[in-house]
Write a protein that binds this ligand. Sequence first.
Ligand SMILES: [Fe+2]
Ligand SMILES: [Fe+2]
Length: 130
Amino acid sequence: MALLEWKQEYSVGNASIDHEHQHMIQQINSLYEQLAEPVDADDVEAVLGEIHADISAHFALEERLMRKADYVEYELHKEDHEDLLDQIHDLMDSFFEDPEAGQKLLKAQLSDWFGRHFASFDARLHQQLG
Ligand SMILES: [Fe+2]
Ligand SMILES: [Fe+2]
C-alpha cells in the first residue's frame, strides 16, 4: 500500500497547487516503495535530493505569494515549511547511518506532516489568495 494517499480534503481549491501536492505525494510514495528492497545509498541520496529540491521550489513559490499579499499567517506557515525541510535533512542523514531507521522515520514523520500541512496551512492560504 502507498504510504500517503491523496484525499479530497487536502484540496486547497487551486488546481495547480493541488497538482504540485499530488506530485510530492507520488514522489514520497515511490521512494517509500523503493526502500522496501535493498537499495543503493547513492540512488536514495539522488531521489531525496530531487524531492528536497521540488519541495523547496514549491515552498518558495507559496512564500513569495504570501509576501506579496502581506499574508497574516506568513511567519507560522514559513516555519512549518522549514520544519519539513529539516525533517528531510534528518531523513537523509539517518539513511546513510542506518537505512532501516531512515525508512521508519519516513513513515512516522512525513505522512502525517503532509496531510496536516495541506489541510490546514495551505487550505487557509489558498482560501484567501486563490
Ligand atoms: Fe505550504
Ligand atoms: Fe503547499
